[in-house]
Write a protein of this length. Structure first.
Length: 153
């Protein structure tokens, strides 16, 4: 079931990037919420916040390594715990990592298109959102259960 959800999330991410490319590339940004949220096409050749521009091969190698190690860790540790929250976190992180990996392999850049302005936040995409939500959830889990004793099923 988790692989079906990862694939569904990947399809949502890739379809949103496809629509962003069709509707925003070579065009002005579209304001959704005045002075807060707009859609703006950006080809990001770097990592988060645009760091390490044009290091695609490094990002591809790191992401593939992360996905493989994450899958192995999931099978050996997380799967046995049968904890729903950790499963959700795993699904979101994998979908986000693979979604941006697909872009890096196919395009040599990641398509970003969601922009909050006025708060100087970088342009991002749906895959980035998956990863951020997972990291916040993981942080909450660690704070609530610092010894790793999680019994929620």
């Amino acid at each position: 079931m988790r692989y079906f959800i990862i694939i569904a999330l990947l399809l949502i991410d890739q379809f949103s990037k496809y629509l962003a490319t069709l509707g925003l590339k070579y065009k002005e940004s579209i304001e959704i919420i005045p002075n807060i949220l707009r859609l703006e096409y950006v080809e990001n050749t770097g990592a988060a916040f645009g760091i390490m521009k044009n290091a695609q091969i490094i990002f591809i190698i790191l992401t593939i390594s992360f996905v493989v190690i994450g899958a192995i860790y999931y099978e050996k540790k997380i799967k046995q715990q049968k904890n729903k929250m950790y499963n959700i976190i795993y699904i979101l992180i994998m979908a986000g990592a693979i979604g941006n990996l697909i872009d890096r392999i196919l395009n040599k850049y990641v398509v970003d298109f969601i922009s909050f302005y006025g708060i100087n936040y970088p342009v991002f995409n749906i895959a980035d959102s998956y990863i951020c939500i997972a990291c916040v959830a993981l942080g909450i889990m660690v704070i609530r259960h610092p010894e790793g004793e999680v019994t929620t099923k």
